[in-house]
Design a protein around this ligand. Structure first.
Ligand SMILES: [Zn+2]
Length: 406
């Protein structure tokens, strides 16, 4: 049974004709008229496949292709149709429309699976209009409260709930997804690894956990001229030393462990004064809880060693953390079999970014597939994946769904 890449391509192109930006990106912010147009297309395509349709209190859309044993928990496939303001054509849409292609293939081959198959479009995955991201899947997974979600406002003070009502997508809480057998999400990688390693698609085993810190290094401000180098207590030079050592340490771990210092400021911040204090942020990511704890400890050791050597002092404040996600072993094994059955080489990869699958994996056995991103670019008009690669991945998705639904 083969999926139809041409049909899938046409479907993607139809959705991406909506709200094209002058730079060739797409602008389908959540719960806007453009989002509604994409939703209407999806709804019409679900109708064509005789799928039962419902939406819940976050506006998440569900189309169900009934199985021969509809009382069994369903197999779900989904992602999101919303985009960044000048986003790419594949982020999100690939996951929803590849699920549609799987259903079309199953239907045209007159196959009835034992379990029902649900196709899902999660609301406001991007968080570009209503912050934070992953709102629809987060509500379903119990991460967010309903009232809190409904009262979120965009930059113009427009409420999430009012926009749901305006576009006709405020549904009932009882329509939320519950008790499914499996959830599968296909997504573009948004990074360079698959391209570098030469694989069209990747089997995602989990999502990196994150720890954020605010760090302050304190030295002694002094005149830039009369103070000899040997007698200084320079907070910025200490920081530079810390950052180089931290980078080396993380490089020794190898992929996919990463560290990022995204903000830094020195004070008093004048050309001819030795910086007395430096503040910077650290974003640490690892795929296991223990690994993340070790990274934190090792970072503190590095800071402590540099500061005691150089006579500076430090303060570390924990800002935020998000635990790693480990996808379900049974799902991973099933998808791995599907790779082999589809003659697609298996490459296991960890996701560095969050996806709806992250929250859904808290309540349903979950797995993910990545498709190679050309140049690793995403959230921009240059975002690109080939239909050849997407086609191979959808073939794996079809095989996975059939295995899980029988
Ligand atoms: Zn996405």
């Amino acid at each position: 049974m083969l999926i139809n890449v041409d049909r899938f391509k046409k479907t993607m192109e139809q959705v991406n004709e909506i709200a094209v930006t002058s730079e060739g990106g797409v602008n389908r912010l959540a719960l806007t008229d453009e989002d509604l147009q994409a939703r209407q297309l999806l709804k019409a395509w679900m109708d064509e496949e005789d799928m039962a349709f419902r939406f819940d209190d976050a506006g998440n859309m569900y189309g169900t292709l009934e199985g021969s044993d509809p009382d069994q928990p369903s197999v779900c496939v989904g992602s999101h149709l919303d985009t960044q303001p000048n986003g790419g054509k594949y982020d999100g849409a690939l996951g929803v429309l590849s699920g549609l292609e799987v259903i079309r293939t199953i239907r045209e081959n007159n196959i009835t699976t034992r379990r029902s198959i649900e196709l899902i479009n999660w609301t406001n995955e991007e968080g570009a209009r209503f912050e934070p991201p992953l709102i629809g899947s987060g509500l379903v997974a119990g991460i967010f409260e309903k009232d809190w979600v409904h009262n979120l406002q965009d930059r113009n003070g427009i409420r999430f709930k009012d926009e749901l009502v305006r576009i006709g997508y405020l549904g009932d809480e009882s329509n939320r997804l519950n008790n499914a057998h499996a959830y599968l999400e296909m997504h573009i990688e948004q990074g360079p690894v698959l391209e570098k390693e030469g694989f069209p698609t990747g089997l995602v085993t989990g999502i990196l956990g994150i720890k954020w810190f605010d760090i302050t290094i304190t030295g002694q401000a002094d005149h830039a001229g009369p103070s000899p180098m040997s007698s200084r207590c320079d907070a910025l030079m200490s920081t530079a030393n810390i950052l180089m050592k931290l980078k080396e340490h993380i490089l020794n771990y190898g992929d996919p462990i990463v560290v990022t210092v995204g903000q830094i400021s020195a004070s008093p911040g004048t050309t001819n004064i030795i910086p007395g204090q430096v503040k910077f942020t650290v974003d640490l990511r690892h795929y296991t809880e223990k690994g993340l704890e070790n990274l934190e400890k090792e970072m503190i050791e590095i800071i402590d060693a540099v500061c005691s050597k150089e006579g500076t002092s430090y303060e570390i404040a924990k800002l935020w953390s998000n635990p790693p996600t480990k996808f379900d072993d049974n799902i991973i094994n099933t998808v791995e079999e599907a790779f082999k059955e589809s003659n697609v080489p298996v490459f296991k990869i960890t996701s560095g970014a969050g996806h709806d699958a992250k929250y859904i994996s808290d309540i349903i056995p979950t797995g993910m597939l990545f498709v190679k991103s050309i140049g690793g670019k995403s959230h921009c008009p240059e975002e690109h994946s080939t239909y050849e690669d997407m086609g191979q991945a959808i073939q794996v998705l079809l095989s996975s769904v059939l295995k899980l639904a029988q």
